[in-house]
Design a protein around this ligand. Structure first.
Ligand SMILES: Cc1cc2nc3c(=O)[nH]c(=O)nc-3n(C[C@H](O)[C@H](O)[C@H](O)COP(=O)(O)OP(=O)(O)OC[C@H]3O[C@@H](n4cnc5c(N)ncnc54)[C@H](O)[C@@H]3O)c2cc1C
Ligand code: FES
Length: 272
């Protein structure tokens, strides 16, 4: 798969929620071949302290502008530096990386699908939701956030029903503290939906414990289930083995073999 190391120019770097930014930049080569669920590694060149690139999911692609959009939470030095970059500033971006949702055969077969995401995991499933919307009869998108001011991509997910003229594409926002939408964890809402309807496919991305519970619930329900995983990464290219995940088929590199894996092959006992 082709990868490019592009010097890009920032189009937008806006705060969209508490400690969360939306970043868009022009990258003709990466945008042209980026697929749902892949990621890029971003280097803030102006920052002499952080030499490591930050892995971030490709949330959206604009083929007319030749741009991609990312959403990132400010958690440490690199993401803080990133949040201080302005329109027109340069970044180095390597990508597209990894095997995303596109490798999942279930994508085209999904008729009644559920997407379960938590926090920044919403960014990893937005393009997936578009892909599924092309052929699925119904999609329940269950997004969990800690609190109201951490919600991202709400309008974008809501617009899918209009865009694909399918009222059965439904968004269920959940907040841990009950400040918006369903009060409680998204996996509780997920369980409620599983009791009401039969789903053939489930797609998951979020914090480890949420991922584990959501995948287990989906598999117990009899649905095919796929999840996108995050691990601390160094090279991002499959070389350093810093990002391995224990599976029933041995160790797999999240950056190169994933980040999307079939939930059936994960060694959940040793996961978290
Ligand atoms: C494939 C992939 C896709 C990702 N996509 C996104 C995304 O779309 N949006 C987003 O906000 N974040 C995403 N992340 C996480 C993001 O890469 C880290 O938050 C970022 O690298 C932190 O860099 P920092 O220097 O600011 O913080 P650091 O100082 O490096 O770390 C701050 C804290 O974040 C934790 N952390 C750092 N990297 C990771 C990681 N990879 N996974 C879990 N915890 C981590 C550290 O342990 C520490 O507690 C993704 C990670 C991976 C591996
Ligand atoms: S980060 Fe080096 S192998 Fe995945």
């Amino acid at each position: 798969m082709k990868k490019f190391d592009e010097k890009v120019s920032i189009l937008l770097n806006d705060k969209v929620a508490k400690d969360i930014y939306k970043l868009e930049f022009v990258c003709p080569q990466i945008s042209e071949c980026a697929k749902a669920g892949q990621f890029v590694e971003v280097l803030v060149e102006a920052n002499p302290v952080c030499m490591l690139r930050v892995p971030l999911c490709i949330a959206d692609v604009d083929l007319d502008l030749h741009s991609i959009t990312l959403y990132y939470a400010v958690v440490g030095e690199s993401t803080k530096q990133l949040s201080q970059q302005n329109i027109g500033d340069g970044l180095k971006v390597l990508g597209p990386l990894g095997n995303g949702w596109q490798q999942v055969p279930q994508l085209e077969n999904a008729k009644n699908a559920m997407i379960v995401c938590g926090g920044m995991g919403a960014a990893a499933v937005y393009l997936l939701a578009h892909e599924l919307s092309k052929s699925a009869q119904s999609i329940d998108i269950v997004c969990g956030f800690a609190t109201k001011n951490k919600i991202i991509l709400k309008e974008e997910f809501e617009n899918l029903a209009l865009l694909y003229e399918n009222p059965n594409i439904k968004l269920h926002i959940c907040t841990d503290d009950g400040s918006f939408g369903f009060s409680g964890y998204n996996v509780v809402k997920m369980n409620e939906l599983l009791q009401q309807k039969t789903y053939d496919s489930c797609f998951v991305c979020g914090p480890p414990i949420m991922t584990k519970i959501a995948c287990k619930q989906a598999l117990d329900h009899g649905a095919k289930c796929f999840a996108s995983f995050e691990k601390l990464m160094a090279c991002g290219l499959g070389v350093c083995l810093g990002c391995v995940l224990q599976t029933k088929n041995g160790l797999k590199r999240v950056c190169a073999d994933g980040p999307v894996f079939d939930a059936e092959i994960i060694d959940w006992e040793n996961f978290c």
